[in-house]
Design a protein. Structure first.
Lengths: 1037, 636
């Protein structure tokens, strides 16, 4: 037991003896933590006296005080000390909040833990509980929660809804921009991160600057996410159960036209470009539909609602146990989740084409003390995922709604007597077929998949204090293996149409077959994938304080990584060979008197990708810190400014993921020496065939990693011990970015783009986080947290040619800047067209040309024609430059509540006119287009949609400001209300605590963009972002 | 202090461990694919040779073929080919259609950038000496083939773009930004380079490819024929003294076109054609005549010259490696069948017409181009009712070999020369196809006409027989019969000679003889006979006059080489493209089912040719941006 705690307990015991002598007021109450769990052993003393007590196992206490003016002081190790005046209260329930300082007393850094106060590197840590939200995807919770992370989520498709995330934004236009992710020291994929249960996380931090990441050498340039999982603690078994049940529904649904409106507008779209066009939909057809006649002949299909459900229910359950004795401690966790999609299933199919994902996740972390100085740790993790879903991915099915119109045919024909003859669904189509029936695409089969991820880790730690004080070594070996087996089974749909035929009884409608399908599922398409990761590390660590003032630390790490692509990694030599990485890293720290800190780090790192002489790189970094508040002159203002630290770091980090797995070994060429597509045949009978060759890449031994030079300026400020402000300003120069040399013309005759390390990007930005903690006498507590990340960049150098106009150059613009035309308005009339510069050489062809009501672009270079020389940078970058979030948690008695807002700013996206173009190939039409388009009756030069057309109008599909949209939004990302059942009830049930909570995700959003959820950006017709309402129960035993 | 020593020891131990692991990162096995391997052995070197040939544009790659890029053929407006797009005036400098410069995509087979082809030729030339199991003679021969291909690629670029940079040697991959920014050479320099390259190569080539395994490879006859064509272009008005390009200069201000007409260029063209013609004849080439036995349905009629001529002209294309084929494309590409399929008529009642699309059709203009049976243009023949040619009349017995006796068709379809009947199918005409003899009924709703709103129909009412093997059957792709597309055939050499000789020396018996050789093969009378017959011709003795003869030669060329991919280039070469390629193409009203309405003329497609802009293709804007030493072609 902690000696201080021991002291406190004995003191309390001692004081209790004198209880009888006290007089007047008896105060009773309960001490609990924020979640309502009772806190035993809290020390409660009357300030300035020796009168005090400590809370019982259930958190109850009773204390007699002498006067109303007495001040009660509640203190508990690891929690903020609270004080309050007794006043008229006789019952004082106190909620204690975990103190930030003590919680983060040690900070996880690369390969070790460091004393929080001595860390100079720019690292942000988040409490795992903040990552909990009703979703099976951890990455979805990152946006706005961590200062320094730029993140967004484009799709709501279960299993495919990983958010993109970047540390300090995108700082390179090379292959990989995403951070290195390490869970318990092993590199994993973003999918692995997505599947980790926040319940199991012990610490979650992001490493941002060079000092934090230099040890990862050639892999650290994009920042690092470090996650450690919980380990067991000595004590009797603690069991925790969490059950969640959530309702998930789209935040917004795209609205399409009904059949009558569709047909009328289609006809007018035909005529608006060709006066003589034959109308597609007859008056009879339109009237029949209007009057709701036979739906087989006069269909009016709302494809969206035919295909998708309104909501879906998902379940998650987690059980974890931890505890242990002197020899061994354990942490065990099981998570089971079920996630479903919104897809309908056809009545005639006995298989399920809807998404249905079952995941089981087992984690066992066991520590064994082999001797007083030796510890062995075993970590085992497995994730099994059974996926069932549609043949095409669900994103595509949602997009498919736009391919079929409401009037052509029903999803299937439903003739009364039809079932007698057919044991297949009579899918709708018309004419000779060839129209898209998205419903048939959806129900024509299913895909099942089994994925497993298994991770085993063994670690041995040896304290070498007997050699010299402060010396430790540890060795670790890890293997992760992943495999996936996927079978896709589908039948060929039978398509039918109806035609009118005149009989003696009048007109009758006959069903005819358009496409013969199969009444059985065709043989499955099988796809397998397997890969594995091996990791070994050997760490020597030293730390010691000399003369109480000189803190010295050293760390040397040797590590080795190998990744094997066993199955499914393609079939070229380059993709199937293993990837390897070898590193020696070190850290040396020196601190004087807790006031001055210095740190030097290095990574010496090699990868298999480069030529021998370029394989190893040295990545140094250094940092300095000054803990101003520890200076003696600071004492006076410490009650107000409780903490002030200044930090500066600078260093070099690399990025060896400069190109995809198929593009490695740059010192070799990539040649297909027997390319059938490049061959030729000679001979009388055209049979003397020789294959040719194809050079896919020319060898370049000079190619090496990207280099990032990072500088960080940090400030930490504590106010009244209640609030902490962290501000980091950073700059980064990324050079050696591997990219194509675009100044090589066609006349050079190369078959491959010539690439080398030519790019340079400069970025800078600021991360700010502000946290605060308050508790009040009446038991009300409040914590707030706000984060702000701004990261911007500009290209300094790239392989681009010398453009004739400055605005064509990418230099000086963000990596994610888009170029396009300036759309002025829609053409007013033919005279307007004639008076304007010709556009894309299309003016002289009426078949593909443009008319009044089509988009007029600016001839930027004023050469009398609009062509690609007129493309200028438009809009903001397509990845947000600002991501922020703010929220608060609060509680009173048994109730607690928290909310979190999240937003992005300085981001643009483009509506893809090609995707939503109505009537093309008789496709669907969004209502917004029907309501707001240019027409002879409504010649609005700023209408949302240009002149209608039934075929693509190339002029209007160019990337331009016409389709540019502001993607900024602010949303109520999460809201949670909880109630902890009264403790006396719990006592009876032998439970420690029970909490019921109701939470919501994506409840509402504010945005200028109204068409679809703004976070989806250009994926607006895809699987919609989900709004989730969740009911949860947490029981602790 | 012992600490630093200990630390040092630890680092040292670890570092030594690390260095021993240096090999750990060496994971690429020794035997990987490298370009060097191509030039180890002859068998491997064939791949380098095949790659050079692979870049040759193929006329039978239907969707991307220049055969579709003229006013010869029309397609329904819902169908699309690169060539038709070009003709509709959709060319753009942002994304050029059918650009040999940057390459282009097309269904089935795209076309790579010809600069890549040139690079692959240079790779072969630079490395073939490394091959161990080849004789010097063989190596020189292969080099010469690569030289000819390199010259041909330069020529094809020159033909479409005018002055181009000459790439005689490959620039190294490490070449600097300045080095790669090449300039355009003058047209004269380009022609000189091409001709010199050909002359050098010819010496090392075999006279004539003899092994049947090597058919399609380049020999002296082919190289000499290419030279004849190159010099014909050099002498033609587009390149010879073209004043439209007076002010066309490169980035440094040098004039790219020689605007002074030089008659000597025609002499060179004439000599080269003569050389090629003589060499071809000396090595056994002759104008093709059909000598097999005719199918049963024609066995009796083969006595008639009319029918014999039909077979002469059709099998001249369809019979593999016939005596006239100088350079045949021995590499029917993956999609060679697309051309035949698109032309092939659907067989009524056949269970499958998979390979018979029936949606490419010759234009009315082509139907009017062919001579009358008297070897005269329809407007010149006094016996032909030119003014009433669209009127319908009953087919007399005398036309029984070409049309259905007693049925009714337009006068235009009667009394024409055999090449007309060998090439075009029309309503109430006869088509030998699917190995059968069909009586065509082409009006809407009739067995060969448009069905309902099907998109597979002949937009003009004509079907093209010439480029379809008569025995090709359209029920499956593998039942189409391939032939080597004639890149160069003897007939062309006669026409080259006739044209150059007339331009240089004026009318002569040699010119008439050259034309007559071609005419007589197809049963057309001699030029002199046709044009000096007072009773037949309006413009008497037109052939005696140089300008008149020039027109006769041009029409002869357009007829003889129709649908073989020459017209688009010839019209530009003669600088008369805007007269032909800038007016809509027409056909019969194929959606009509009754005679009165069917035999009306309607437009079936736009043809746009903006002069002088469209005489040369635009260079992709991106390319000009990348290399600002290049200049765009005028008006683009």
């Amino acid at each position: 037991m902690n000696p201080i705690l021991k002291l406190v307990f004995s003191l309390v015991f001692f004081l209790c003896v004198f209880e009888g002598q006290a007089q007047s007021i008896l105060i009773t109450g309960k001490t609990v933590d924020k979640e309502g769990a009772p806190l035993p052993g809290v020390s409660i003393v009357v300030k300035g006296s020796s009168n005090g007590t400590s809370s019982s196992f259930d958190g109850d206490y009773a204390l007699t005080v002498n006067s109303k003016e007495d001040i009660l002081q509640f203190s508990y190790l690891g929690f903020d000390t609270e004080e309050l005046i007794v006043s008229n209260n006789t019952v004082i329930n106190m909620v204690l909040t975990e103190s930030q300082e003590s919680l983060e007393e040690v900070q996880i850094v690369a390969f070790q833990k460091q004393k929080k106060s001595s860390v100079i590197a720019s690292i942000n840590t988040i409490k795992p509980s903040e990552l909990k939200q009703p979703s099976s995807n951890l990455t979805a919770a990152l946006a706005g929660r961590l200062a320094g992370v730029i993140s967004y989520q484009r799709s709501g498709e279960p299993g495919q809804d990983n958010a993109e995330f970047f540390i300090r934004g995108v700082t390179s236009f090379g292959y990989k921009n995403s951070p290195l992710i390490m869970i318990d020291g092993l590199e994993v994929t973003s999918n692995d991160l997505a599947r980790i249960d926040p319940e199991n996380i012990n610490s979650f931090s992001i490493m941002k600057d060079a000092t934090a990441t230099a040890l990862y050498g050639a892999r650290g340039a994009n920042g690092v996410i470090l996650v450690t999982t919980k380990e067991g603690k000595k004590g009797k078994p603690k069991i925790s159960v969490r059950i969640e049940n959530s309702f998930s529904a789209p935040t917004k649904i795209n609205q399409f036209l009904g059949a009558v409106d569709y047909m009328e507008l289609y006809n007018s779209a035909l005529r608006t470009r060709d006066n003589n066009a034959l109308l597609l939909y007859s008056k009879n057809k339109i009237e029949g539909t209007r009057n709701g006649l036979d739906s087989n002949i006069y269909p009016n299909v709302d494809w969206y609602s035919e295909m998708f459900r309104d909501y879906v229910m998902n379940k998650r359950i987690n059980l974890n146990v931890s505890g242990g004795g002197d020899i061994a401690q354990y942490y065990l966790s099981i998570t089971q989740s079920n996630e479903k999609g919104l897809l309908e299933v056809d009545a005639l199919n006995n298989f399920n084409n809807n998404i249905d994902i079952n995941r089981s996740n087992l984690r066992a972390n066991i520590n064994i003390n082999l001797s007083k100085t030796t510890t062995a740790k075993v970590k085992f993790y497995s994730l099994y995922e059974r996926y069932n879903g549609p043949v095409d991915d669900a994103d595509a099915l949602f997009e498919g709604v736009v391919n079929a119109n409401p009037a052509n045919f029903p999803k299937y024909y439903d003739f009364e007597d039809a079932d007698q003859y057919y044991n297949h669904t009579l899918f709708g189509n018309k004419g000779n077929g060839g129209f898209s029936n998205p419903y048939a695409d959806m129900v024509k089969g299913y895909k099942d998949r089994f994925r497993s991820t298994i991770l085993s880790q063994f670690q041995l730690e040896q304290d070498l204090s007997f050699v010299t004080e402060g010396l430790k070594v540890r060795a670790m070996a890890s293997v992760k293996s992943y495999s996936s087996n996927e079978n896709t089974r589908s039948f060929t749909p039978f398509f039918y149409g109806v035609y009118e035929s005149e009989t003696e009884e009048g007109v009758s409608n006959l069903l005819y077959q358009i496409q013969e399908g199969t009444e059985y599922l065709n043989n499955p398409q099988v796809s397998n994938e397997a890969n594995s990761n091996f990791y070994y590390e050997f760490v020597t660590q030293y730390s010691r304080t000399f003369n109480k003032k000189h803190d010295v630390g050293a760390l040397v790490v040797f590590n080795r990584t190998e990744k094997l692509n066993t199955i499914g990694g393609g079939n070229s030599a380059y993709t199937t060979l293993p990837s390897r990485n070898l590193g020696l890293s070190g850290r040396f720290t020196y601190a004087y008197d807790d006031r001055y800190f210095s740190e030097f780090n290095f990574g010496f790192n090699g990868t298999e990708k480069f030529a021998k002489n370029n394989r190893f790189g040295f990545f140094p970094s250094a940092g300095f810190g000054w803990n101003v508040s520890n200076e003696s002159f600071f004492e006076k203002i410490k009650p107000v400014v409780s903490l002030l630290r200044l930090k500066y770091t600078y260093g070099i980090v690399g990025n060896d993921a400069i190109s995809g797995p198929e593009d490695r070994f740059f010192y070799l060429s990539d040649v297909n020496i027997s390319d059938g597509g490049k061959g030729y045949t000679f001979g009388e009978q055209f049979n003397n065939y020789y294959p040719g060759y194809y050079i896919g890449r020319y060898p370049n031994a000079e190619v090496s990693w990207e280099i990032a030079k990072k500088a960080n300026y940090g400030l930490e400020l504590g106010l009244f011990k209640k609030a902490t402000l962290q501000v980091d300003y950073f700059t980064e120069e990324r050079s050696n970015i591997y990219m194509s040399r675009d100044y090589v013309p066609e006349t050079f005759g190369s078959t491959a783009t010539i690439k080398s390390n030519v790019g340079e990007v400069q970025s800078h930005g600021v991360d700010i986080s502000l946290d605060s903690n308050f508790s009040f006498a009446n038991g009300f507590w409040l914590t707030t947290r706000a984060n702000f990340t701004y990261a911007t960049n500009e290209i300094l150098k790239n392989g681009e040619p010398v453009y004739p106009y400055d605005y064509m150059s990418k230099k000086g613009y963000s990596v994610n800047q888009e170029w396009g035309y300036l759309a002025e308005r829609l053409f007013i009339d033919q005279a307007d067209i004639d008076a304007s510069p010709s556009q894309f050489n299309q003016g002289n062809s009426s078949e593909l040309g443009y008319l009044a009501g089509d988009i007029k672009y600016t001839d930027v270079n004023e050469d009398g024609k609009v062509d690609e020389l007129d493309r200028v940078p438009i809009g903001q970058p397509t990845i947000p430059e600002i991501v922020y979030g703010f929220g608060a948690s609060m509680g009173y008695k048994n109730f607690d509540m928290s909310f979190f807002f999240q937003g992005v700013a300085k981001q643009s996206f483009f509506i893809d006119p090609n995707k939503i173009a109505p009537f093309v190939d008789q496709g669907n039409a969004l209502s917004v287009i029907a309501n707001n388009h240019w027409s002879d009756k409504n010649p609005d030069p700023n209408a949302f949609w240009p002149r209608l057309s039934t075929s693509p109008v190339a002029n209007n599909e160019e990337r331009s400001t016409w389709w540019l949209r502001d993607a900024d939004f602010l949303r109520l990302k999460s809201l949670e209300i909880g109630y902890s059942l009264p403790e006396n009830l719990m006592k009876k049930a032998h439970l420690q605590s029970t909490r019921i909570y109701l939470s919501g995700l994506n409840l509402f959003a504010l945005s200028k963009f109204k068409l679809w959820d703004p976070e989806m950006g250009d994926n607006g017709l895809g699987y919609p972002t989900q709004r989730v309402v969740n009911l949860g129960l947490q029981i602790k035993l | 202090m012992s600490f630093s020593k200990q630390l040092f020891a630890i680092v040292l131990t670890t570092a030594s461990f690390l260095s021993s692991c240096g090999d750990y990162l060496d994971i690429v096995p020794d035997k990987t694919q490298e370009v060097d391997l191509l030039f180890e052995r002859k068998e491997a070197a064939y791949k380098a040779l095949a790659t050079c040939y692979n870049h040759l544009p193929t006329n039978d790659a239907f969707y991307g073929s220049f055969v579709m890029a003229s006013d010869e053929l029309a397609i329904p407006s819902v169908q699309q080919t690169e060539g038709t797009d070009l003709m509709k005036g959709n060319q753009s400098a942002s994304d050029p259609i059918m650009g040999y410069w940057s390459g282009y995509g097309a269904t089935g087979q795209g076309q790579s950038s010809l600069w890549e082809g040139i690079r692959s030729c240079n790779i072969l030339i630079d490395n073939i000496d490394l091959v161990k199991d080849m004789t010097t003679v063989e190596k020189e021969m292969w080099k010469a083939e690569a030289q000819v291909l390199k010259a041909q690629f330069h020529f094809l670029l020159l033909r479409n773009y005018g002055p181009i940079p000459i790439v005689d040697v490959n620039l190294p991959i490490s070449a600097s930004e300045e080095e790669v920014k090449v300039l355009r050479n003058t047209t004269d320099a380009c022609f000189d380079y091409i001709v010199n390259t050909l002359n050098t190569a010819i010496k090392s080539l075999p006279l004539k490819v003899s092994s049947s395994n090597d058919f399609g490879r380049i020999d002296q006859v082919i190289a000499t024929s290419i030279k004849s064509k190159v010099l014909l272009y050099a002498a033609s008005p587009l390149f010879n003294g073209n004043s439209d390009y007076e002010n066309f200069v490169d980035a440094k201000g040098n004039k790219l076109f020689n605007t002074t007409t030089d008659p000597k260029k025609w002499e060179k063209a004439m000599d080269a054609s003569k050389e090629a013609l003589d060499l071809a004849i000396a090595t056994g080439f002759s104008l093709y005549t059909f000598s097999d036995s005719a199918p049963e349905f024609d066995a009796e009629d083969m006595q008639a010259t009319e029918v014999k001529s039909l077979y002469n002209y059709r099998y001249m294309i369809a019979e593999r490696w016939n005596s006239e084929l100088i350079w045949g494309a021995s590499n029917p590409v993956n999609s060679w069948w697309q051309f035949q399929a698109s032309l092939l008529m659907k067989k009524p009642g056949s269970s499958s017409v998979e390979a018979a699309w029936q949606w490419v059709s010759p234009t009315l203009r082509m139907a009017e181009l062919y001579y009358t049976k008297n070897g005269l243009p329809i407007s010149e023949d006094l016996s032909f009712d030119y003014n009433n040619r669209y009127e319908v009349t009953t087919i007399p017995a005398s036309e029984k070999f070409h049309a259905q006796e007693g049925e009714r068709t337009a006068k235009l379809h009667l009394g024409r020369e055999p090449r007309f009947y060998a090439s075009l199918g029309f309503d109430r005409g006869i088509n030998r196809t699917w190995g059968e003899k069909w009586n065509l009924k082409m009006k809407s709703g009739e067995i060969h006409g448009r069905k309902g709103f099907s998109n597979d129909y002949l937009a003009t009412g004509y079907s093209l027989k010439k480029m379809v093997h008569p025995d090709s059957q359209g029920d499956a792709y593998n039942k189409l019969i391939s032939y080597a597309w004639p890149t160069i055939r003897l007939g062309e050499l006669y026409l080259n000679y006739a044209e150059a000789a007339n331009e240089y020396n004026g009318p002569s018996q040699e010119v008439y003889d050259a034309l007559n050789a071609i005419r007589s093969r197809s049963g057309v009378n001699n030029v002199e006979d046709a044009w000096s017959n007072l009773a037949l011709t309006r413009s008497l003795n037109k052939h005696l006059d140089k300008k008149g003869l020039k027109e006769i030669i041009q029409q002869e060329r357009m007829i003889e080489l129709a649908f073989e991919g020459h017209r688009y280039h010839d019209l530009r070469r003669w600088k008369i493209a805007e007269n032909h390629l800038n007016t809509p193409v027409k056909g019969w009203r194929v959606n009509e089912s009754d005679e009165a309405n069917y035999y009306q003329i309607q437009e079936v497609g736009q043809r746009i040719f903006e002069s002088p802009r469209d005489y040369f293709h635009p260079i992709k804007i991106l390319e000009l941006t990348i290399n600002n030493n290049l200049v765009q072609n005028p008006d683009w």
